[in-house]
Design a protein around this ligand. Structure first.
Ligand code: SF4
Length: 314
């Protein structure tokens, strides 16, 4: 068990379980099923057939304190983000496509990842926020093992597009404190057309259930800084493509009515979106207001920064 105010992974470090999980995760790179794409390729040999285009080493685009994340992650010291290059999804409108689809970044060793985590801790960040982690879980675990042995004590945020395998989430059970998955779509046809993954809704819903089973609803300390739990992100798309009504109904009925959700307004046409109407335009104020209204009607906990934005739009 974790002692009061210590991150989830320390008991696993003390028992040797964290080390065992690193070995298990790396072994799976040889017929890769790390994410729900289950490509089955040997990433130690080649990246050619890997859906995430990532081999044995993770690639990092940038890292540093981030103040643009949700308030419970940012607090006063910022969220310690590490942005991984490439992605296991193919969102045709990706808002970070230079990182996720072009793959800008540098290959890193687990020792480098550990140094980044320790640097973020020494800079006063409240957490380590792994952005697009689904395809590099073995490398994250290896970096964490080194960092935790060297004194890392911050909670971990798993900031994912939400196409995660249950087998890999099992490796993260007792390691991750805060899960922050996207819930992008409710309709398989829409998911296929715009992210090239037909079974995204089913995989995503199973992953969210497992994440919530592990960490529960989001809890914060008396400063309002997140300590543990589930925080869902939902990017509103033009013409209702994100299926907001079904997504919030799923969260309310099958996760928890107390689910913390960030209904995001920042959609802009990026990457290939200009060829894919109606994704070739930003969302309207009314579309955003309707999405927030649906989440409110479902009784979910809305991210306050976004509620304030809605007030400004009125
Ligand atoms: S992490 Fe996912 S996308 Fe990458 S090779 Fe493995 S199964 Fe394929």
């Amino acid at each position: 068990m974790a002692r009061a105010s210590e991150p989830a992974y320390l008991p696993l470090l003390r028992s040797g379980e964290l080390k065992r999980r690193v070995a298990e995760a790396y072994a799976r790179l040889e017929a890769c099923d790390i994410c729900a794409r289950e490509c089955g390729v040997n990433r130690r040999l080649s990246t050619e057939a890997a859906g995430c285009r990532t081999g044995e080493r993770a690639m990092v685009s940038s890292y540093g304190p981030h103040f643009g994340e949700e308030d419970p992650l940012v607090g006063r010291g910022g969220s310690g983000t590490i942005f991984f290059s490439w992605c296991n999804l193919r969102c045709q409108y990706c808002q970070n496509y230079e990182i996720s689809q072009v793959g800008t970044g540098q290959q890193v060793e687990p020792e480098d990842l550990a140094k980044m985590m320790l640097s973020l801790q020494s800079q006063g960040c409240h957490n380590i926020n792994f952005v697009s982690p689904s395809h590099v879980v073995p490398q994250i675990l290896a970096g964490l093992l080194i960092a935790a042995q060297a004194g890392l004590r911050l909670p971990l945020v798993y900031n994912t597009g939400g196409y995660d395998s249950l087998k890999t989430l099992a490796l993260l059970d007792g390691v991750v404190d805060i899960y922050m998955p996207d819930a992008k779509y409710a309709d398989p046809g829409v998911a296929q057309r715009y992210s090239k993954i037909r079974n995204y809704p089913a995989v995503n819903q199973a992953a969210l259930k497992e994440m919530h089973r592990q960490v529960g609803d989001l809890t914060m300390d008396d400063r309002g800084v997140a300590q543990r739990g589930l925080l869902v992100r939902h990017l509103v798309l033009p013409s209702g493509l994100a299926g907001t009504a079904e997504v919030v109904r799923f969260l309310r009925d099958q996760i928890s009515p107390n689910t913390y959700i960030n209904v995001m307004a920042q959609y802009r046409p990026c990457y290939r979106a200009h060829r894919l109407p109606p994704l070739d335009r930003s969302i309207t104020n009314q579309e955003y207001a309707e999405a927030v209204h649906l989440a409110q009607e479902a009784g979910l906990r809305l991210d306050e920064r976004r509620s304030r934005l809605l007030w400004v739009l009125r």
